[in-house]
Structures are given as structure tokens and as C-alpha cells.
Design a protein around this ligand. Structure first.
Ligand SMILES: *Cc1c(COP(=O)(O)O)cnc(C)c1O
Length: 410
């Protein structure tokens, strides 16, 4: 396998050393094949909000698997998960299940082009919307980590219709729209960025985007693959009261199994085949086991008190920021509810440019020191870390203690 891995950031290239092979997980902990244990803040890059091997989730998978792994025909649980998602995010009057976040965003773009009859899309610098050609331009996550702003193998013709703008910069949005609005089908955005590290929208950026897109007949796509069901039983669209035209989901709605979804108003979704002319399909889409895992996860989340993980995460991040300040370290702990990044730079991180001021060499040292002490953070500066409902106060206190001891030498 290239780099020994099936997804690039797992190879530890950005932090040095060799990847650690994991054997099993339970709650907030993962265990490698050498028997070492780690408090896990990666959580499979976000999906495992209930922690590893949650009893009810696993038993739901096992029970479903015993009845068959795939039918290639509709099954009732697909309707159940669709109803539950729709109840939490009413902007999705209709939705379609796919197999990954990449498929969700790729399909959302095609849908926006189909609905508007326009070709151009706007994405933000450092944002990651999966690895489809048209969206792999100045992308975050692994692409940022490896210093490959645009992947090789992506033809120029695939990206000529992609306009790249800096996150949180309304002036640039206004001028791009003034020049191109007759050609722009959609703006796609991570409403809270996770893939350049955690960067929150400021100065009502999302609200302003909603106003200007509506004014010019441009669709607003919220890529909530990471943020959906992460901060509340819903998305950033609920918290910020901004209704996107199309929403993309993934990660948490699969609870650790491969899934994605895209949805919109009935009017927009009726463009999708078989009702409309926009084609999109999948042999394993709506897979019963993935759906069972996601459905159980969402049912548990519906009754969960998100305040618990949000406030535990605040406790962790406030403590790390205070320690860094007391030791005069140039560190900004960027947090949005239960998602955070320790940036090795001082000052506000509000876009990709300011995120890139961070010292990746220091992050690498920090990552290794934490790992040696049994704490697993994202193996890259430009990624989000997460809390799960399985993390305990004790986990947090231990993490703070380790941070305090290792950060002195970094
Ligand atoms: C993870 C992610 C994707 C891609 O999802 P995959 O399931 O890895 O294809 C797309 N958008 C955002 C915001 C993500 O965080």
C-alpha cells in the first residue's frame, strides 16, 4: 500500500516516525498491536462521537448482519434514518444516502449545477470537501498536510470552474460574485472548518453568505460532513440559524461505518434521478449494516446532553491555553464546542493563511511527546481533534497533566 496506509494522513508523514497499527478500541481508548493504550482524540476522524465499540451500536450491527449484508433494494431502516436526519435538519426535506463524504459533496455539486444550469462553484482555501477532482483545489486535510495544494492527476479542465476564496473574507466573496454571478452555481463551505485545523466563522460570515447567495440565485451548500451531529442534534445550520440550500453529511451519521448523505428542499432534490435528470447511484448505497450503525448512533445522540462533551472540551482547551500562556509559548488553542486544534502560532486563526503560520515542526514534537505518554492526537497540525461521550474527567485531567509536562521543552 502506498505509504503503508489506505488514507494518506495515517502515514504520520507530517509528524515523522511510523504509523502505529491499532488492534482494538473501547470507549475513549485505543490499543495498538504492541499493547500500548492511548486516549483517543482522533476518533476515526470524527465519526465515533459515542466512543469506540459502544455496546448498543455494536449489537445493532451484529443483529443486522445476521439477516444479510446487502439487498440492492430498499429496506425500511433507510427510511427511518432519513426521517431522523430530516427531523434534526429540516432544510433537508428529501435526502439521498451515499457511501462517503466525498460522494455526498461530489453529488451536491452536480445537483447544484443541474438545478441552476450554471457551472462555476466557489470553495474556500484550506477547506476539504473530499477528493473528487473539481474540489481538490487548495484543499485542506491530507492535501494541506502533505503540502500538495492541488493534486497531480487532476486535469486543468476539471478545476477551471472552481473559484477559490479565503475563508471569513466577505469582501473577496462580494467581488467574486460581482464578476461571476451569472456563472456561479453554488458556494460550498464547511460552516465550521475542521480540515485546516478548527477555524470558526466570524463576523456573521455564514449569515452574510446566505444573504448574498440568495440575492444572486446562487445555491449555498453546507458541507456538514464533519460538523453534522457533532455539536448538537443537528448541524451548524441549526445553531447559527442559517438555512443552506443543500447539506452534505457523513462521518457521525454512519457511527463508524461508511456512509454519506446529501439533501435539500423537495424542489431541488426532485432534480435527482429517477425523478429528474441528474444521475447519481450506488451499488451499496443505504447499506443495511452502515444504516443500522448510524441509526443506533443517532437515536442515542437524540437523547444525549451535548453540553457534557462541549464543557469537557472547554475545560481541556482552556487549561491547555492557560498553561501555554504561563509558559510563554506561542500557541493558540482553537476550539468550537467539542472540536479543537492546538495551533503552534499565537493570535487568531481565522483563515488558511493564518493557520499556515503555525510551526509544523513544533507540532510534530508535541504530537510525539503526547503519543509517548499515551495520548493520541491528530498526526497533523491541520486537522481537528474531537471529544466523545466516552471521554471522562479523568481522561481530560491526565491529558492536561501530560500537556503541562511536555510543552515546556517544545
Ligand atoms: C471527511 C470530510 C469529507 C470527506 O468524507 P470521506 O468520507 O472521507 O469521503 C468531506 N467534507 C468534510 C467537511 C469532511 O470533514
Amino acid at each position: 500500500m502506498p505509504g503503508g496506509v489506505n488514507s494518506p494522513v495515517r502515514a504520520f508523514k507530517a509528524v515523522g516516525g511510523n504509523p502505529v497499527f491499532m488492534k482494538n478500541g473501547k470507549g475513549s481508548k485505543i490499543y495498538d498491536i504492541d499493547g500500548n493504550s492511548y486516549i483517543d482524540y482522533v476518533l476515526s476522524w470524527g465519526p465515533l462521537i459515542l466512543g469506540h465499540a459502544h455496546k448498543q451500536v455494536i449489537s445493532s450491527i451484529v443483529k443486522t448482519a445476521a439477516s444479510g449484508t446487502s439487498f440492492g433494494a430498499p429496506s425500511v431502516s433507510e427510511n427511518e434514518i432519513a426521517q431522523l436526519i430530516k427531523s434534526a435538519m429540516p432544510s433537508m426535506e428529501k435526502l439521498r444516502l451515499v457511501n462517503s463524504g466525498t460522494e455526498a459533496t461530489m453529488s451536491a455539486i452536480r445537483l447544484a449545477r443541474s438545478y441552476t444550469g450554471k457551472d462555476k462553484i466557489v470553495k474556500f482555501q484550506g477547506a476539504y470537501h473530499g477528493h473528487s477532482d473539481g474540489l481538490l483545489v487548495e484543499a485542506g486535510s491530507g492535501a494541506a498536510t502533505l503540502g500538495v495544494p492541488t493534486s497531480s492527476g487532476v486535469p486543468k479542465s476539471s478545476v477551471v470552474d472552481t473559484i477559490i476564496l479565503p475563508f471569513n473574507d466577505m469582501k473577496k466573496v462580494e467581488s467574486a460574485i460581482a464578476a461571476n454571478h451569472k456563472k456561479i452555481a453554488a458556494i460550498i463551505i464547511e460552516p465550521v472548518c475542521g480540515n485546516m485545523g478548527v477555524v470558526a466563522p466570524i463576523n456573521k460570515f455564514l449569515q452574510k453568505l446566505r444573504v448574498i447567495t440568495r440575492q444572486y440565485g446562487i445555491l449555498l451548500i453546507f458541507d456538514e460532513v464533519m460538523t453534522g451531529f457533532r455539536f448538537c442534534f443537528g448541524g451548524v445550520q441549526n445553531m447559527q440559524k442559517v438555512k443552506p440550500d443543500i447539506t452534505c453529511l457523513g462521518k457521525i451519521i454512519g457511527g463508524g461505518m461508511p456512509i454519506g448523505a446529501y439533501g435539500a428542499s423537495k424542489r431541488i432534490m426532485d432534480c435527482v434521478a429517477p425523478l429528474g435528470s441528474m444521475y447519481q447511484a450506488g451499488t451499496l448505497s443505504g447499506n443495511p449494516i452502515a444504516v443500522a450503525c448510524g441509526l443506533k448512533t443517532l437515536r442515542i445522540l437524540k437523547k444525549a446532553d451535548y453540553n457534557k462533551i462541549n464543557s469537557l472540551c472547554a475545560k481541556l482547551c482552556n487549561a491547555m491555553q492557560k498553561i501555554a500562556k504561563d509558559k510563554r509559548k506561542k500557541i493558540t488553542v482553537s476550539r468550537f464546542h467539542s472540536m479543537f486544534t492546538v495551533f503552534f502560532t499565537d493570535g487568531l486563526v481565522s483563515d488558511y493563511k493564518s493557520a499556515c503560520l503555525a510551526r509544523t515542526d513544533k507540532y510534530a514534537d508535541y504530537f510525539s511527546a503526547m503519543m509517548e505518554n499515551g495520548i493520541y492526537f491528530a498526526p497533523s497540525q491541520f486537522e481537528a481533534n474531537f471529544l466523545s461521550f466516552a471521554h471522562t474527567k479523568k481522561d481530560i485531567e491526565y491529558t492536561i497533566e501530560v500537556f503541562n509536562s511536555v510543552i515546556t521543552d517544545i
